[in-house]
Design a protein around this ligand. Structure first.
Ligand SMILES: *Cc1c(COP(=O)(O)O)cnc(C)c1O
Length: 393
């Protein structure tokens, strides 16, 4: 598999660098929960998880129960926080693999509590005697969580269960990566709502546990609302959270130097001469205007090179950019390298994106994202399963 032509290189040192950069922005007592969902944003959840254990990260965030099971089976011991909801069929795996769910809702809590009682009745025991859950509060994201007015009542329900323990409370911001006033105002409103929910739980005599609200954007730009823990994802993998970019942070006196973790690359698999008037790929959307050479690359949309990247996509071969011409196919695409290009031969490396200035990349995933009208998150998580991840130092 390591010899595969089309591959994603994962630079372990860059993950390490990014985590230590993020740590510098946190108070010593602020905990860090690194999001490794979606296979570490397409990089490698396991590699990141192992590094997190070495570097003293406090928790890992996942989005599916099976992501947690895989990490546990590979020996990851860190607490795992499940950010999205799961179904009752999956409850037993939560208990078995000690995955901490983000929950809310009377019915959901009751079902989980009953399932937990059954699990214990079967003779199972939890390491610390109870099963940890975090209560999700919807303060304005409009996704999961109870309203602030319901927080105390739902915390009481957890508190009164036999085996569940409220070990945390969290919320999620909808506009934290927007630096315009409307974004800041909305974030502040959500913060106030969360504070009210936390205080309501405390006033009911219940310890809310670890309180957390912010993802990457908050982790780097709003130390005033870190609470007990932040949950960074994208910045761990080397990209800024939208408008909260390097320049914006610098304007606030915050120095954050991130290094992209993933490089997506392939090799030239053929070079073919085209006469004027000959066309390339499905739909014949591109016609050769003059005699030229076309390099064929064994990478397509089934690898995650989104079809909508062409026209516009350029790839880097030996330090220069060349345009992809015609439609991107499922498994291949074609590049115009010009007639008799002495700088390119068959099997030369072609880099689609990666850390610029390292190993031949001339653009990163964010530049590519802009071309496809999306975000770096989607570009990275689109790199499909058949693309081997090669971890290097
Ligand atoms: C994905 C996710 C995160 C991490 O988000 P980034 O923007 O990548 O830092 C944090 N919290 C929740 C609830 C999430 O769903």
């Amino acid at each position: 598999m390591k010899n595969e032509t089309t591959r994603a290189i994962i630079y372990r040192k860059n993950i390490e660098h990014n985590i230590s950069e993020i740590k510098k922005l946190l108070k010593p007592e602020t905990k860090m929960c690194v999001a490794v969902k979606a296979d570490g944003y397409g990089t490698s959840a396991l590699e990141t998880a192992r590094l997190c254990e070495e570097l003293g990260v406090d928790m890992l965030a996942i989005a599916r129960v099976n992501e947690g099971i895989e990490l546990r089976q590979e020996g990851i011991k860190l607490p795992l926080l499940l950010l999205s909801l799961c179904c009752p069929e999956e409850f037993e795996d939560l208990f078995k693999y000690e995955i901490t769910p983000f929950i809310f809702g009377r019915d959901h809590i009751t079902l989980l509590s009953e399932a937990c009682d059954d699990f214990v009745k079967k003779g199972n025991v939890f390491a610390d005697g109870f099963f940890n859950v975090h209560l999700a509060i919807d303060t304005g994201m409009g996704r999961i969580g109870c309203r602030k007015e319901e927080a105390a009542e739902q915390a009481k329900l957890i508190f009164s269960s036999k085996h569940l323990k409220l070990s945390g409370m969290g919320t999620h911001f909808a506009l934290s990566d927007c630096v315009e006033q409307k974004g800041i105002d909305y974030t502040n409103q959500q913060f106030e709502n969360f504070l009210e929910a936390v205080n309501a739980v405390k006033n009911a005599g219940i310890n809310p546990g670890i309180c957390h609200a912010g993802a990457s954007a908050i982790a780097c730009s709003r130390p005033d609302i870190h609470f007990d823990m932040v949950r960074p994802g994208i910045i761990v993998y080397g990209y800024y959270a939208d408008q909260v970019d390097k320049k914006y942070l610098a304007s606030k006196g915050i120095d954050l130097e991130l290094k992209p973790v993933m490089q997506f690359e392939t090799k030239v698999s053929a070079i073919r001469r085209f006469k004027p008037g000959q066309t390339v790929s499905y739909g014949r959307t591109w016609t050769s205007k003059k005699e030229t050479d076309i390099a064929v690359l064994p990478v397509g949309y089934a690898d995650g090179l989104l079809r909508r990247f062409s026209p516009g996509l350029k790839v880097a071969i030996n330090g220069k950019e060349y345009p992809v011409v015609g439609r991107i196919c499922m498994d291949q695409c074609m590049v115009d390298i010009g007639k008799d290009n002495k700088e390119i031969k068959c099997w030369d490396k072609a880099v689609i994106f990666g850390p610029v200035g390292q190993d031949g990349a001339l653009q990163d995933a964010e530049t590519l994202a802009a071309l496809g009208n999306t975000i770096s998150y989607e570009v990275m998580t689109s790199i499909s399963k058949r693309v081997p991840r090669i971890v290097v130092d």
